[in-house]
Write a protein that binds this ligand. Structure first.
Ligand SMILES: Cc1ncc(COP(=O)(O)O)c(C=O)c1O
Length: 263
């Protein structure tokens, strides 16, 4: 059976760009400043407000956001992170980046392909540092129940929101239930700009760790030096280059106002 015969009118993704989106990108290209800077900061502020989250930190992919979320939750060698058995590889791969072990939890059913909270309870061990719930295909998993389970045991709940920007559970945006939420702006996603990701959190501590680690743990960014705020920086640890660039941030910012109606 061919997929095209089963779903003749269902595209893999549907990207709608308006003239003002193209102008926002062109304006950014003309500005001469192309990497993480004022457009990225403006998008972060707008997306944080959209989610109702304290912090939104743009990164280069959802995989990067998951990696930094696990690191910020203290996941390290010897730890275990429970992830759904039905997800994209990145949810589990980012656990291994931290030197930890992914433990696969069952999904509820084929009709509800989301992590089963009761199954999670049976997989918790003294090594469990975090649980990552995936909101599959735009539908909400039981983040509320999983949050209770995690809170009772002092375990971090991370949300993989790659498929579900702007979706809600109990009136609250997905991604804001756990310690951190990881979003994807990859080509085939709902809110796509080619490549990109974002981590949201209400924790000042997590936000500080993620902001530092997305850019080599440098104490000041290149934009801050370019704009004269400082003329030096230190590197305080082992960080990464997980930055997002300005043209993509400008495109995200331009499209954000239409996100709900496009969904
Ligand atoms: C559930 C899920 N998590 C994470 C990712 C990784 O996203 P990115 O390509 O932005 O790293 C994907 C991408 O397909 C995904 O489907």
């Amino acid at each position: 059976m061919k997929t095209t015969e089963t779903f003749p009118e269902l595209p893999l993704f549907d990207l709608e760009l308006q003239p003002q989106d193209l102008e926002a990108v062109a304006e950014t290209l003309r500005s001469g400043w192309l990497t993480m800077g004022p457009k990225t900061a403006a998008f972060e502020e707008a997306f944080a407000a959209h989610l109702g989250a304290k912090h939104a930190i743009a990164v280069s992919s959802c995989t990067a956001a998951l990696h930094l979320a696990y690191l910020a939750a203290g996941v390290g060698p010897g730890d275990e992170v429970i992830v759904p058995s039905y997800t994209f590889a990145a949810t589990a791969a980012a656990v291994i980046y931290c030197g930890a072990t992914p433990v696969f939890g069952e999904i509820v059913s084929r009709e509800h392909p989301m992590l089963d909270p009761d199954d999670v309870i049976g997989r918790i061990t003294p090594r469990t540092k975090a649980v990552c719930v995936v909101h599959f295909a735009g539908y909400a998993a039981a983040a509320d129940r999983l949050k209770e389970i995690c809170d009772e045991r002092g375990i971090a709940l991370i949300e993989d929101v790659a498929h579900a920007p702007s979706a809600t559970l109990g009136g609250r945006k997905l991604g804001t239930w756990g310690l951190a939420g990881a979003f994807s702006f990859f080509s085939n996603k709902v809110f796509s700009v080619g490549e990109g990701g974002l981590l949201c959190t209400d924790s000042d501590e997590v936000a500080a760790t993620v902001r530092a680690h997305r850019s080599h743990t440098m104490t000041s960014g290149t934009w801050e030096r370019h704009s004269g705020k400082t003329d030096t920086y230190d590197v305080t640890g082992l960080g990464y280059n997980y930055r997002l660039d300005e043209p993509r941030s400008a495109l995200l910012l331009s499209r954000l106002g239409r996100l709900d109606s496009e969904i």
